[in-house]
Design a protein around this ligand. Structure first.
Ligand SMILES: NC(=O)c1ccc[n+]([C@@H]2O[C@H](COP(=O)([O-])OP(=O)(O)OC[C@H]3O[C@@H](n4cnc5c(N)ncnc54)[C@H](OP(=O)(O)O)[C@@H]3O)[C@@H](O)[C@H]2O)c1
Length: 198
C-alpha cells in the first residue's frame, strides 16, 4: 500500500454504503481521496467524522456522474488542483426497483446513465490523466452477482430488478474491454472488478 501514499484516488458514489467505506479505508492508508456524489451535505458529514489528521487528505466534490459537464468540471478541477488521477473507483450505481416490461424509460435511462455511461466517462477522464503523465494507475469497477447471471425468481412472482442486472452485465464486459485497451495502448494500468452480492 505504501506506493500509493499521497497518490490521488477518485471515488464515485462516496456519500453512502460501499463508497463511504472505501473512502475511509483509503484516507486512513495515506491516499489523497476525492470523494464524489450528488449529496454534498453527506460528503461533508463524512469528512467531519474523520480524525483531524486524515481530514486534510479528503476532498469532496459535487458530481452527478450522469451529467457530462459535472464529470468534466470535476476532473478538470482535479487536474488543476491536485495534478491528476492515479486511482479511480467506479462505485456510483443505482438499482431502481421495477419491471422491465413496464418501468418508465426515464428510470431505465437513469440506471443505464449511472451504471454504464457514468463509469465509461469517469474512466475516460482517468485514463486521459494517467496517460498524459505516463502513470500506470488503477481503475476499479464495482460489479454485482447480477452482472454474471440472471437471478432466478419463483415462477409465480414477477422479478423487480429490471435493467439493473443488464447494466451490471455491461460492467463485466467493460472490464475485459478496458483490460485489452490498456494493454493495446502499451500501458500497465490495472483494471480490477469487484463483485458484490446483489
Ligand atoms: N450493497 C450491495 O449489496 C451491492 C451489491 C452488488 C453491487 N453493489 C454495487 O456497489 C455499488 C455501491 O452500492 P451501495 O450498496 O453502497 O449503494 P448506495 O448505498 O445506494 O450508494 C450509492 C452511491 O451512489 C451515488 N450515486 C447514485 N447515483 C449517482 C449519480 N448519478 N452520480 C453520482 N453518484 C451517484 C449515491 O450518492 P448520491 O445519491 O449522493 O449521489 C451513493 O453515494 C453500486 O455500484 C452497486 O450497484 C452493491
Amino acid at each position: 500500500m505504501e506506493r500509493w501514499h499521497n497518490r490521488i484516488a477518485v471515488v464515485t458514489g462516496a456519500s453512502s454504503g460501499i463508497g463511504t467505506a472505501v473512502v475511509k479505508d483509503l484516507v486512513r492508508e495515506g491516499v489523497i481521496v476525492v470523494a464524489l456524489a450528488r449529496r454534498m451535505d453527506r460528503l461533508e458529514a463524512i469528512r467531519n467524522t474523520l480524525p483531524k489528521d486524515q481530514q486534510s487528505r479528503l476532498h469532496v466534490q459535487k458530481c452527478d456522474v450522469t451529467k457530462e459537464n459535472d464529470v468534466n468540471d470535476t476532473f478538470d478541477w482535479i487536474e488543476q488542483t491536485l495534478g491528476g488521477v492515479d486511482i479511480l473507483i467506479n462505485n456510483a450505481g443505482v438499482l431502481i426497483p421495477g419491471v422491465l416490461l413496464t418501468q418508465s424509460l426515464s428510470e431505465i435511462n437513469q440506471v443505464l446513465q449511472t451504471n454504464i455511461v457514468g463509469v465509461v466517462h469517469c474512466t475516460q477522464r482517468a485514463f486521459k490523466s494517467m496517460k498524459s503523465r505516463n502513470f500506470d494507475g488503477h481503475v476499479f469497477l464495482i460489479n454485482s452477482l447480477t452482472g454474471h447471471g440472471v437471478l432466478t425468481c419463483p415462477p409465480d412472482e414477477v422479478p423487480n430488478f429490471s435493467i439493473y442486472g443488464p447494466s451490471k452485465y455491461a460492467i463485466t464486459s467493460i472490464t475485459e474491454v478496458l483490460r485489452q485497451e490498456f494493454r493495446g495502448y502499451k500501458t500497465k494500468i490495472k483494471v480490477t472488478v469487484s463483485t458484490n452480492i446483489k
